[in-house]
Design a binder for this molecule. Structure first.
Ligand SMILES: Nc1ncnc2c1ncn2[C@@H]1O[C@H](COP(=O)(O)OP(=O)(O)OP(=O)(O)O)[C@@H](O)[C@H]1O
Ligand SMILES: [Mg+2]
Length: 250
């Protein structure tokens, strides 16, 4: 069974259709990368999956459970927070809470969710995740004391701390210097090798080719091309994909 099924998602802003019917599915443990030029709707799609935007039409199904049906919209009193827990989101700008340390940033939401876990367990898990991100010696630092790459790795640990079914990244390295980009891509690659289910919006074509099971190329609010990295990146058949890729040194 697919871990995620997205069917015919449409989204308008001010009467302009930005997503024009997006459908795809993915299997547990897979990495899907989304490429596409600026304005093609990549962020809007991720925001719809994370319920930061409400799609006008279409369905979102996770592990066989229908989370959203555009025909019905969001019902009054529906628990958005619970829906959001299926997805983790890592943003371009890290979005850490400046007044909290790295560890506090990671454990804040799990403490609110608790689910029967003790504070000690939550702290232990937070420390383990930060260690996994290579930040064992940075746990008690505040965001302003961390490099961009370190902040982004805290943000990844924070997203993982809620055990999402699918971890989403929106251009996780585009605010970083090339040197720091490498350390963030390395941890994402490691997550992929451990079969973390991920959707990655990125302009790092070489990285996407290396790490992804599947690539989607978006253009003007539709999926213009989809397939394995070998198909989409090495042998694109769509003219827009070819144009887009020709702007990059692969
Ligand atoms: N809240 C909003 N209100 C109005 N228009 C919006 C809103 N959010 C996005 N848009 C428009 O939707 C289109 C797609 O934006 P989106 O951010 O999804 O593109 P993108 O593919 O992520 O681009 P980029 O690569 O630059 O991040 C753009 O034309 C944008 O101006
Ligand atoms: Mg974007």
């Amino acid at each position: 069974m697919a871990i995620l099924e997205v069917n015919n998602i449409k989204k308008k802003f001010d009467n302009t259709e930005i997503l024009k019917g997006i459908s795809f599915s993915m299997e547990k443990g897979q990495t899907l990368s989304i490429l596409g030029s600026s304005g093609s709707g990549k962020t809007t799609l991720l925001r719809c999956l994370n319920f930061l935007e409400t799609p006008d039409e279409g369905t979102i199904t996770v592990n066989g459970n229908l989370l959203y049906d555009g025909k019905e919209g969001l019902k009054r009193g529906e628990d958005l927070r619970e829906k959001r827990l299926h997805f983790g989101m890592v943003f371009q700008q890290f979005n850490l809470f400046p007044q909290y340390t790295a560890l506090e940033n990671v454990i804040l939401a799990p403490k609110l969710e608790a689910n029967g876990k003790s504070t000690e367990e939550i702290i232990e898990n937070g420390k383990m995740l930060l260690e996994k991100m290579g930040l064992a010696d940075r746990m008690n630092n505040y965001p302003h004391q961390l490099s961009g790459g370190q902040q982004q790795r805290v943000a990844i640990a924070r997203a993982l701390a809620l055990h999402p079914d699918i971890l989403c990244f929106d251009e996780p390295t585009s605010a970083l210097d090339p040197e720091l980009t490498g350390e963030v891509l390395k941890v994402i690659k490691e997550l992929a090798s451990q079969h973390t289910t991920m959707i990655i919006v990125t302009h790092e074509i070489g990285f996407a080719k290396d790490v992804s099971d599947e690539i989607i190329f978006m253009d003007g609010g539709v999926i213009a091309e989809q397939g394995t990295p070998a198909q989409v990146i090495d042998n694109p058949t769509n003219e827009r994909t070819r144009q887009f890729l020709s702007n990059y040194n692969k």
